[in-house]
Ligand binder design. Structure first.
Ligand code: CA
Length: 235
């Protein structure tokens, strides 16, 4: 199998070089672009398997790059992970809504960045469930029976709670913004009047009991569901 190519869009060259070194060590082929112009030039030469995208760039903003790539048939299927400072949270939300797959905050640990890269590459390549059953950790969701089991015990969820859990579980480990969650609920829930997503998530967590920690709050951005930490992939 040929090495997967990852395009690193990052104007801070030391950070770009550091990421490139780690990617090489882990069997990927890194390509660097230090501004928007170079990014589009690289993309005329090759189609990378994944793009790591910084948002603050000297010429074009990372968000504009994300938007352009997702609008273009030639590039819209390349998964994008936004790698960005916490101060840019609102931009991260926009980026995810424009179609970025995930978000890793700076400063990042290499271990987390690599885990997210592996998850995105795996996720984009494979279907997410079999037999309309999804499971993560001790939570099993059976769409046919409209049933959720946590440690073998069925949970009594409201349609909204069910919808939120379904949406998060359909892409485990990936951040979903509040707007994305709300939009996904059409068809599951008649209205969210007067109650925010946060209220429903908190209620869902209470019902999940020991599994509550699996729904993580990503500060300023949204929520994601993760495996219990002991089950996180290693290496
Ligand atoms: Ca930057």
């Amino acid at each position: 199998m040929s090495k997967q190519q990852i395009l690193i869009v990052e104007d801070e060259q030391e950070i770009a070089a550091l990421i490139a070194l780690q990617l090489e060590r882990h069997g990927y082929t890194p390509i660097q672009a230090h501004d928007g112009k170079a990014t589009f030039e690289r993309l005329t030469e090759l189609v990378p398997d994944l793009i790591l995208l910084d948002l603050m760039l000297p010429d074009i903003s990372g968000l504009d790059i994300c938007k352009k790539l997702k609008e273009d048939d030639a590039t819209k299927n390349i998964p994008i992970i936004i790698v960005s400072a916490l101060s840019e949270e609102s931009d991260v939300v926009i980026g995810l809504e424009l179609g970025a797959s995930d978000y890793v905050p700076k400063p990042f640990s290499t271990k987390i960045l690599l885990a997210r890269i592996r998850a995105v590459l795996r996720r984009e390549a494979q279907p997410e469930s079999t037999n309309n059953k999804m499971s993560i950790g001790e939570i099993i969701m059976d769409e046919n029976r409209h049933e959720v089991l946590c440690k073998g015990v069925p949970l009594q969820l409201t349609p909204t709670e069910y919808g939120i859990l379904f949406f998060l579980m359909s892409r485990p480990g990936f951040v979903r913004t509040r707007d994305q969650i709300t939009q996904s609920l059409h068809g599951h829930s008649a209205s969210l009047v007067g109650r925010t997503i946060d209220v429903h998530v908190n209620s869902l967590r209470r019902k999940l009991g020991e599994c509550a920690d699996m729904i993580e709050t990503v500060r300023g951005v949204g929520y994601r569901i993760v495996k219990p930490h002991s089950e996180e992939p290693r290496g």
